[in-house]
Design a protein around this ligand. Structure first.
Ligand code: FAD
Length: 490
């Protein structure tokens, strides 16, 4: 019997994961990627001996990666080298004034205790709760396809109902008084794309991921994971075609029969899109789209970002692999993203120096840096003037807080922002990482994995279930392929 043919749009983590599962299940799989390189938002930039991850850099929830490769009889250590970072990250609050998020939990408790009496004990209590939620999330929630609410109604989740209606912000503030410690405990929520005051307290499982499971670095960067997945899909016989933008989905009798590209039509029995959900629907006639423009406009999107990839001519000091510059107000910055939707006046930013851990990321004696300011999606005027202005702010803040001059050591800098997210990834309003995980955008309230209007059209990735981030994208690829196998075999 001829194998059923699946065409997948995009080569981000969710598409690569789905491709591997579907090929293993016996489908013939072709990936069509618009860009020249694979990896989607996790592409790599290489310049003058410097190597940068263009998107994700925090490797959290290592158990999810192990589980993914384990499904194919592989161990993570067989496909890339993983190093736990200590500290996981450093947070600057002023000049030479910072807190390190130690990998050793007892040491971190001491840091909390030093800043507030009882802080260590309160952190322990908070993390114990977060750990229980992590187990529930992995066991009962994130691997479910969100076909109906009953999937996630279990004895454990019913007992946690109050944590779905309360927020992380409220929970942190109830147990911790010191502003800096609150900021550290609210930071992981940024990965969910929403404000702590708008994120269900249940998501404190991200704190467990941060503090207990740790921050890791795959040698070669996050792109090493992409390469490992590419090798896996090659072994499984998946065809990957880059430079193949899909311009239209051809439909007959309630089915997508082909993906149309400038290189011709690619016929399919099933179409799976790992490209941004809104964009995929625009490839269909209006009447076959499930969600209106008004629907998308009313969603809470994760932030966009203003990013820089910078090569420095020397090693920088007083900085960790991941360093956050959080001396301005976290709440004010969040308001500029979610409420006013304006360019931030006094921005927080994140800096990554992968060459501190991974010598392959920069020539000897030099430093590779990535800077990121989270900003509101849809912001206009991300022109050169704006980009230069914010790079100057970043450089001045690094110099002041860490006590060194770096400006004259810049060999080159490249930037990436809202308009690049739109052009390179067909991202709605230039969002960096999908739809935020607020209560009203959780589980069945997220865009569906399977189209209501077309019988063989499926979606995966950060805009659908379970949500933004690399581990959720791997999970999304797994659950959609199970769904496809179930429907297409029934
Ligand atoms: C700046 C940034 C920092 C991040 N930091 C972290 C982090 O530290 N840790 C973490 O876990 N997560 C992080 N994330 C989130 C994480 O990177 C994403 O959630 C994840 O990579 C999304 O994968 P995806 O498969 O959903 O989609 P994508 O990676 O967006 O892949 C979609 C692909 O579809 C392609 N495509 C679009 N339209 C078409 C078309 N018409 N035809 C063909 N192909 C098309 C695109 O080119 C793209 O390659 C970050 C994201 C960004 C942007």
């Amino acid at each position: 019997m001829q194998r059923k043919k699946i065409v997948i749009l995009g080569s981000g983590f969710s598409s690569l994961a789905a491709a591997a599962y579907l090929a293993k299940a016996g489908f013939g799989v072709t990936i069509l990627e618009k860009n020249k390189e694979i990896g989607g938002r996790a592409r790599q930039l290489v310049r003058d001996g410097f190597v940068f991850d263009m998107g994700p850099s925090f490797y959290w929830m290592p158990d999810v990666f192990s589980s993914f490769f384990g499904d194919f009889g592989k161990k993570v250590e067989d496909v890339y080298d993983l190093k736990r970072l200590d500290p996981g990250y450093r947070v600057y609050f002023g000049e030479h004034d910072y807190i390190d998020n130690h990998a050793d939990f007892e040491k971190l408790k001491q840091t909390f205790e030093q800043l507030e009496t009882g802080g260590g004990r309160n952190l322990q209590k908070f993390i114990d709760k977060a750990g229980k939620n992590y187990d529930i999330a992995i066991k009962d929630l994130v691997y479910k396809p969100a076909l109906n609410i009953f999937e996630i109604v279990t004895r454990d989740t019913i007992f946690k109902l109050n944590e779905f209606v309360s927020t992380i912000s409220r929970q942190v503030r109830a147990g911790i008084r010191h502003q800096r410690l609150r900021t550290i405990l609210e930071f992981p929520v940024l990965f969910l794309g929403s404000k702590p005051s708008n994120t269900p307290a249940f998501y404190n499982f991200m704190n467990f991921a941060d503090i207990k499971l740790g921050t890791w670095h795959p040698m070669g960067g996050m792109f090493a994971v992409v390469k490992a997945m590419e090798a896996l899909t090659n072994e499984l016989g998946v065809e990957i075609l880059t430079g193949h933008a899909v311009n239209e989905l051809v439909v007959k009798n309630r089915k997508v029969v082909a993906a149309r590209t400038d290189h011709g039509d690619f016929n399919c029995d099933v179409l799976l899109s790992g490209a941004d959900y809104h964009h995929t629907e625009t490839l269909l006639p209006q009447s076959l789209r499930q969600y209106s423009e008004g629907y998308w406009d009313s969603r809470t999107f994760a932030p966009s970002a203003l990013m820089y990839y910078v090569g420095f001519n020397k090693k920088l000091v007083n900085l960790e692999h991941h360093t956050l510059f959080f001396e301005p107000s976290f709440d004010k910055h969040a308001e500029s993203i979610y409420d006013n939707k304006k360019w931030p006046v006094d921005p927080l930013f994140y800096a990554s120096f992968p060459s501190k851990t991974d010598p392959g990321c920069a020539p000897e004696g030099k430093e590779a840096a990535v800077f990121l300011i989270p900003i509101a999606p849809g912001l206009k005027h991300d022109d050169q003037k704006t980009r230069t202005k914010y790079l100057d702010i970043i450089i001045e803040r690094i110099e002041r807080n860490t006590g060194q001059s770096v400006k004259d050591e810049i060999l080159f800098s490249e930037s990436f922002s809202v308009s690049d997210f739109v052009n390179d990834y067909n991202s709605y309003k230039g969002n960096a990482y999908g739809l935020a995980n607020i209560l009203l955008q959780t589980h069945i309230l997220r865009p569906r994995l399977k189209s209501k209007k077309l019988d063989n059209l499926y979606f995966t990735g950060q805009l659908t279930v379970p949500g933004p981030g690399v581990p959720p994208s791997l999970i999304s690829g797994k659950i959609v392929s199970n769904l496809i196998s179930d429907y297409e075999r029934s």
